[in-house]
Design a protein around this ligand. Structure first.
Ligand code: EZ4
Ligand code: CO
Length: 402
């Protein structure tokens, strides 16, 4: 079997998605997600100027060798743009392999370790009362794990807290908006928020929270310690992951579990965190972490240290990534939980999906490969629109992490 051609499909059904379609001489094609929020065109440039011409003529069955061709074979390694492009290629080739062998992707990764995967929902409220209502609404939809984010008294707009829209979308059209942040107000409010959630909903719900990299190590240690009585499933990105050693300080002070890495793209971002057991959950998603071939190695490495998965799964990752992720999570032993937010309805006009949500879990059918298709005519009806994630400043104007 040979790869005869590949192309990029860029579409914006409510938000931008980049899809790689790889064709073979046997009429089978494979699809991979290449969406990197706000940097869509950078990934496309790398795919079109180098990866696609280099793919043509290769045997798509050789997923391992092709992965290393694009990773080891390229002088300038790693980085989100490069690893997203490699992920898209890798996903498309595994999709082809599944279609060629007429079997779902999870079978190629070890078969089923479970029948369904637990997912967590987002409850984003404007203030404490509103957040409690949002938790109630997600619970009523059947979720047993819920990420809780709330507007903070004294902070005009906190990242990740949606406006009135039914759908979560942190990017805005055009250049970045500026948001403002005050860590002391946040650290004061958060324990009160989780105390109220536990008082209202009891001990059974799995509660999660995303810090969005906004604490220093000692602030994060205080937060993790203050939240201990509410036994969270995890706190996410308590500090920026670049400073792997910073996690040691948090661990010294608290048993609140930690999830890190939605902005990571390689196993080398994780080595200290994994080998020193400084985290509990891997967040790096297939689409930004070099695809199935690379993530499988990271996750197997993590399993030796009793670290589980909790992959990033916001709506700026396409349905293709979500479906591939469900297969992956079905197969591995050290699955933890999967982030899940439904895409807008128009996204499903473009992407034909094969997964289903029921009672707090996702299941996937047994169509060959990943099992998701793209309607190119529909995709063409939604042209690209520039959109960016916000930037973040402290209230005195200092640039800060978002
Ligand atoms: O900021 O997907 O855990 N989820 C998140 C998301 C990310 C966006 C970035 O594109 O932190 O809201
Ligand atoms: Co996050």
């Amino acid at each position: 079997m040979k790869i005869t051609d590949a192309k990029v499909i860029l579409t914006c059904p409510g938000r931008n998605f980049v899809t790689l379609k790889v064709y073979t001489d046997q009429g089978i094609y494979g699809l991979g997600d290449a969406t990197l929020n706000g940097m869509e065109k950078a990934v496309i440039a790398f795919l079109e100027s180098y990866c696609i011409p280099a793919l043509i003529g290769k045997d798509p069955a050789n997923t391992e060798d092709i992965w290393h061709y694009f990773y080891k074979g390229v002088y300038w390694k790693r980085g989100s743009v490069t690893m997203t492009a490699i992920a898209a290629i890798d996903m498309a080739l595994w999709d082809i392999k599944g279609k060629m062998l007429q079997t779902p992707l999870y079978n190629l990764l070890g078969g089923k370790s479970r029948e369904r995967i637990m997912v967590y929902a987002h409850a984003n409220g404007k203030n404490l009362e509103d957040t409690l209502e949002k938790v109630e609404a997600e619970k009523a939809r059947g979720f047993i794990a819920i990420r809780v984010q709330s507007g903070i008294p004294g902070i005009s707009h906190a990242y990740g807290v949606a406006g009135d829209s039914k759908f979560y979308e942190p990017a805005h059209k055009g250049l970045p908006h500026t948001e403002f942040w005050d860590t002391s107000k946040y650290l004061h409010f958060l324990p009160r928020l989780f105390e109220s959630v536990r008082n209202s909903f009891g001990d059974d719900l799995h509660l999660l929270h995303d810090v969005h990299h906004r604490c220093t190590p000692i602030e994060a240690a205080r937060l993790a310690k203050d939240l201990e009585p509410y036994h969270l499933y995890w706190i996410e990105d308590p500090v920026t992951g670049e400073l792997q050693e910073g996690l040691r300080l948090i661990r010294k002070h608290s048993t609140t579990p930690i999830a890190i890495g939605e902005v990571f793209n390689s196993v080398y971002d994780y080595t200290t965190l994994i080998t020193e057991q400084l985290i509990d959950y891997i967040r790096m998603p297939l689409v930004h972490g070099g695809g199935i071939t690379h993530l499988k190695k990271v996750v197997d490495f993590a399993s030796i240290y009793h670290i589980s998965t909790g992959f990033h799964g916001a709506t700026d990752l396409s349905p293709l990534n979500l479906a591939a992720t469900i297969h992956f999570n079905m197969a591995i032993n050290n699955f933890g939980v999967q982030e899940y937010m439904p895409h807008q309805d128009i996204v499903h006009e473009v992407f034909k999906t094969n997964y289903q949500f029921k009672d707090g879990f996702l299941t996937i059918d047994d169509s060959p490969g990943i099992g998701v298709d793209i309607d190119e005519k529909k995709a063409a009806q939604y042209p690209y629109e520039m959109a960016c994630l916000p930037v973040n400043r402290k209230t005195d104007g200092t640039m800060f992490y978002w």
